[in-house]
Design a protein around this ligand. Structure first.
Ligand SMILES: Nc1ncnc2c1ncn2[C@@H]1O[C@H](COP(=O)(O)OP(=O)(O)OP(=O)(O)O)[C@@H](O)[C@H]1O
Ligand SMILES: [Mg+2]
Length: 484
């Protein structure tokens, strides 16, 4: 599947306007058009997708003063906004555009040529301000080389890659997101596994919005801690009177998401009897609501997630093997954060940027010492825990200054790098030569991680030649994807 360069979120219930948008962007590989009818759905979608421009009907704004465009302007200022509506009163149109800080207000009916040009200009403008932001930051960094070494090499490129809302730099996540994009282009069920807080739901949403199903709904069902009957009714629906409390018919998520995606979270928790119902659905696509004799069908893609490895549960005999194989048309295993520590500085910078955008507070960055401590912590709560730490630290840090170790929780602030590094070097039967080599290996690995595997910089920092560092990498079998 080709990667679209720009995502346009179209918000309007006006079919003529939607047709104009589809005519302009629908066939253009550079654009991905995602549509919805009202501001509530638009806000939800903004939480899931990496959006570049919102094209919004002023009728979809429930309250002209306090609407989602105004909120977006504050929370996601990098997203461009264009409003359209009644153009007969120019001063009114200008007022609306100014209030939402929109690039322009366009008059209905939308003229396709004008729409195409305006969107292009608005996106160019956004790109220019992004470059300006990046360059200003680079300039700041070049004056303060304590921070984020290595960014100076590629001044224009964003310092991280993203797959919708997933941020990463590590080769492991790069490979995973490449597989996820491939999986998205198919109709196969997907099984996402990973510890708590690794981003399973974020990945599921990214897959949905990168699949041909993106204009249909994605519904989420948590399968943990819910009785069979209730789960059956949530997914397959029920008819009135099917059980006590069933006072009206219920469609069920499979039919509600027809054409789209259903995300089944904590799939490991379903009972043996529900495993059979789900297997039947995956095989036949048939939906039989509780209490009904009628069988209908629903065309949905299932994405299931688990933080317990399903193959182990299959081995223990608590999860059906046939269902496991059905679910894992594609298997995406998200590594824990401690196994991809090169993502830590990037994620921390991203969460910091997000926290500053929301609070309006200006934090210059994260001190080298604080970053080192983050990299040594094993993050049992994974990215969610890092997000909490950075958000809280940014609230505690002083304006116009750095996040320091003391702003983190004690478990992180108290980490002593030297203790962690040298704890492994007690006399333990190894010769001095073996221990020295183990230490050298660790020092080289850490330096490489610090300089993002830039061998010249690492060599400089360690006082080695280019050939010298290459020899060490070869000798110790070091690999970019390895955890520290
Ligand atoms: N790579 C990432 N980039 C940005 N944010 C991330 C990333 N991974 C996770 N997050 C953030 O971490 C939090 C947890 O993510 P998510 O809910 O997707 O995890 P999960 O694996 O489903 O966790 P759980 O198993 O506890 O349900 C969210 O706030 C999410 O935005
Ligand atoms: Mg989850």
């Amino acid at each position: 599947m080709t990667a679209h360069r720009h995502t346009v979120l179209f918000v309007s219930s006006d079919t003529a306007a939607r047709r104009a948008a589809i005519d302009v962007f629908g066939q253009d590989q550079d654009y991905r058009l995602i549509s919805c009818e009202d501001e509530k759905t638009a806000s939800a979608k903004l939480g899931d997708i990496d959006c570049h421009l919102i094209l919004c009907d002023e009728e979809a704004l429930a309250n002209a003063r306090k609407n989602f465009l105004v909120a977006t302007r504050v929370r996601q200022p990098h997203i461009q906004r264009i409003v359209f509506g009644d153009g007969s009163d120019l001063s009114r149109a200008v007022k609306i555009a100014r209030h939402c800080a929109a690039f322009v207000h366009l008059a209905k009916p939308l003229a396709e040529d004008q729409l195409g040009v305006m969107v292009k200009r608005a996106l160019e403008m956004a790109e220019l301000s992004r470059r300006h932001r990046v360059l200003s930051r680079e300039l700041k960094l070049s004056m303060d080389d304590n921070l984020f070494d290595g960014h100076k090499e590629e001044p224009i490129k964003a310092p991280w890659s993203r797959f919708e809302k997933l941020i990463y730099v590590s080769p492991k996540m790069d490979a995973l997101c490449a597989s996820a994009r491939q999986a998205a282009a198919t109709e196969l069920p997907i099984l996402i596994q990973g510890e708590t807080g690794t981003g399973k739901e974020l990945l599921a949403r990214a897959v949905h919005y990168n699949s041909s199903r993106r204009e249909s709904p994605m519904h989420v069902q948590n399968c943990g801690g819910i009785a069979d009957e209730a789960l059956h009714s949530e997914l397959f629906g029920h008819v009135c009177g099917a059980f006590s409390g069933a006072i009206a018919d219920r469609l069920g998520l499979f039919r509600a998401a027809d054409g789209g995606t259903v995300f089944l979270d904590e799939i490991s928790e379903i009972s043996p009897s529900f495993q059979i119902s789900l297997l039947r659905f995956l095989q036949e696509g048939e939906v039989k609501p509780l209490g009904s004799d009628e069988v209908t069908t629903a065309n949905v893609r299932i994405i299931a997630a688990s933080n317990r490895p399903l193959d182990r549960l299959v081995g223990e005999g608590v999860f059906r093997k046939d269902l496991y194989y059905r679910l894992k048309g594609f298997e995406l295993d998200i590594p824990p954060l401690r196994d991809r520590i090169d993502d830590i500085p990037a994620l921390a910078a991203y969460f910091l940027e997000r926290a500053s955008e929301i609070s309006g507070k200006r934090i210059v960055g994260i001190s080298r010492e604080a970053l080192d401590k983050l990299s040594l912590y094993d993050f049992p709560g994974n990215v969610r825990e890092l997000e909490m730490e950075v958000t809280r630290a940014s609230a505690l840090a002083n304006n116009n200054s750095y996040i320091l170790p003391k702003h983190f929780s004690d478990v992180i602030a108290d980490i002593e790098p030297s203790k962690v590094e040298f704890a492994a070097f007690e006399t333990d039967g190894r010769t001095l030569k073996e221990m020295t080599e183990a230490m050298e290996r660790q020092v080289v690995r850490r330096a490489l991680a610090r300089f993002k595997w830039n061998q010249s910089k690492t060599a400089d920092a360690l006082g080695l030649s280019r050939v010298g560092i290459a020899n060490k990498i070869k000798r110790y079998g070091l690999d970019k994807g390895d955890a520290l």
